[in-house]
Design a protein around this ligand. Structure first.
Ligand SMILES: Nc1ncnc2c1ncn2[C@@H]1O[C@H](COP(=O)(O)OP(=O)(O)OP(=O)(O)O)[C@@H](O)[C@H]1O
Length: 368
């Protein structure tokens, strides 16, 4: 199919130490990222962390204060937006109301001097891909929100851009449609082999759609990795807390003859001798243990072993497939626990003391 982008393996984009300052505000601070062709990267982070600034720098709307941007091996740092081969889809879609769907999709081809017959052929191919071939002659106002979004996506892809930028692509859709469109957009962009950079606030959207996620904080790239890597090996408390649900237990580090222990009031996490995580703790006195709620097992109080804790159940909530327990630790901190082991949790109630156990493989330790 000729609408499929020609994307041999290789690097689509390289950001080298990109910074952007507005007065004293460092909107972007020394960001380096390499994006592979055909990759779907999501920029995720709290409000004001620099995601939009980076998207705009890639598009060419702002010029970095420092650093370089290479697209397909060429330095594009100072090149204006219209001279970059970049597709964009905005949260309000920005479709032209006076043009039909097919004319909207053909527009970027028209500005590139492509004749009507080819515009229509390529436009129809894109409409097939997004499942809207039957809507070619309609106007945007005659389409639903999800359909308009697919037209906008088709328009962003039709001229085979080097990179497609999606700015909060789901923001205008209701929750149910959002879940459906996340999967559709992911399939369509993969089908045509597009290289995508998407910005979102929505953690779930990032997890569903991305090959890799770049997590931003205060203009800095905190961590970049596959959803799986970020979930299993967060390198900071910030990332652990941002991706998925995390319990962060902060404790003191102690070296024993049998390894390294991180402990707090009523809980311990023990790493065996030679565990590579111990090395990271060799020079610190305090550390944070990251424990995912589904990795903690509820056990009878008093039966805990070395990777374990005790507390008091504050809330017990039945969620159909699982129980959620909120446990108050001795130091007043709360731990969330999710259990599908209905039998072990059934007899436990709010106010009861509870033991919690985990295995050494279930924890991530971050030196403070
Ligand atoms: N044109 C500008 N002038 C001055 N400061 C700016 C400008 N654009 C962005 N900033 C600042 O740069 C920082 C990063 O902003 P940016 O819009 O990139 O964040 P964001 O992560 O996209 O946030 P949001 O999720 O709210 O859209 C913020 O502190 C913001 O106030």
């Amino acid at each position: 199919m000729s609408a499929v982008l020609q994307n041999p393996a290789g690097t689509a984009m390289r950001l080298e130490g990109v910074s952007k300052s507005y007065g004293v505000v460092k909107a972007l601070d020394d960001v380096s990222i390499e994006l592979r062709k055909g990759e779907f990267l999501t920029l995720l982070g709290p409000s004001g962390s620099g995601k939009t600034t980076l998207l705009r720098a890639i598009a060419g709307f702002i010029r970095p204060t420092a650093g370089r941007l290479l697209i397909d091996g060429r330095d594009m740092t100072g090149v204006p937006p219209q001279k970059r081969n970049i597709g964009m889809m905005f949260q309000d879609y920005a479709l032209f109301p006076h043009m039909t769907v097919l004319e909207n999709i053909g527009y970027p081809l028209e500005t590139r001097g492509i004749r009507r017959a080819e515009r229509e052929t390529r436009g129809m191919e894109m409409l097939e891909i997004v499942g809207l071939a039957h809507c070619a002659k309609r106007y945007p106002k005659e389409m639903s929100g999800g359909q308009q979004q697919r037209v906008a996506l088709a328009r962003a892809l039709v001229f085979r851009p080097d990179i497609v930028l999606l700015d909060e692509p789901m923001a205008a859709l209701d929750k149910k449609l959002r879940g459906q469109m996340q999967i559709e957009i992911m399939h369509i962009t993969r089908q045509v082999g597009a290289t995508v950079v998407s910005v979102t606030h929505d953690q779930e959207e990032a997890l569903v759609m991305s090959d890799r996620i770049a997590i931003f904080k205060d203009g800095r790239l905190e961590q970049i990795g596959t959803p799986h890597e970020l979930y299993l090996q967060p390198r900071s408390e910030f990332v652990a807390d941002f991706i998925g649900e995390a319990n962060l237990l902060r404790g003191a580090v102690r070296s024993t003859g049998e390894g390294t222990v991180v402990e707090g009031d009523g809980w311990t996490a023990s790493l065996p001798p030679g565990d590579p995580r111990s090395e990271a703790l060799a020079k610190v006195r305090k550390a944070c243990v990251v424990l995912r709620p589904e990795r903690i097992h509820a056990v009878a109080a008093g039966s805990e072993t070395e990777n374990a804790g005790v507390g008091v159940i504050e809330d017990k909530i039945y969620l159909g497939v699982e129980y959620r327990l909120v446990v108050r630790m001795n130091d007043g901190g709360k731990v969330n626990l999710r259990s599908r082991d209905v039998a072990s949790v059934a007899g436990m109630n709010a106010g009861d003391r509870i033991g919690m156990a985990w295995t050494v493989d279930d924890i991530v330790v971050i030196g403070a």
